[in-house]
Design a protein around this ligand. Structure first.
Ligand SMILES: [Fe+2]
Length: 180
């Protein structure tokens, strides 16, 4: 299992993956009034609420991301969270998430639609991996996603509460995993 400064992989058995896949199938093309296109409410689902009780740093909103083949996300940092729990639903095996080194001179432009800061300065790739099991990801580091397969890449990206660091979130997961 990957465990470094960018990614902390969590055993899939910690989650009811079959349930999560069904849930995404139901909610993928629905929108919640008053929320961004990709946002969904944890409070609307009893199972997600039970996960949030076990891992109290998980926020009240989660995202469903569908990235079409050949597309991806540009190099960015997330605007309103330091880290997130990314859960593979389908098509992730043919995608790559890359992380980049940043220095203090990093510049970015806010993208309101995606709620990310798109990086406009030069950065250097330092680590890449393929999402295959639920993973805690550091979104405060510049990162990008590329989809090179033929199927859309569908994920749940469940935000960790704003202000909670990768280290703090990881500790909370380790505690919760110890109680399984
Ligand atoms: Fe991101």
């Amino acid at each position: 299992m990957l465990d470094n400064q960018f990614v902390y992989e969590i055993p899939a058995q910690f989650f009811n993956m079959a349930y999560l896949k069904l849930l995404v199938r139901q909610l993928q093309f629905e929108r919640v009034q008053g929320l961004a296109k990709h946002h969904r409410r944890v409070a609307d689902d009893p199972y997600l609420l039970s996960v949030q009780q076990r891992v109290p740093v998980l926020s009240d909103l989660f995202n469903i991301y569908t990235l079409e083949p050949g597309k991806g996300l540009p190099i960015h940092t997330d605007a309103n969270r330091q880290c997130a729990l990314n859960i593979p639903i389908s098509g992730t095996e043919q995608s790559i998430t890359s992380f980049y080194s940043s220095d203090s001179n990093i510049t970015s432009v806010y993208n309101e639609k995606l709620i990310v800061n798109e990086i406009t300065s030069q950065v250097v790739p330092v680590f890449s991996y393929t999402l295959s099991v639920p993973s805690l990801i550091d979104n405060s580091v510049p990162h990008s996603v590329q989809v090179y397969g033929t199927a859309p890449r569908v994920t749940i990206s469940w935000s960790i509460q704003d202000g909670v660091t990768m280290t703090e979130a990881k500790e909370t997961f380790i505690k919760a995993l110890g109680n399984v």
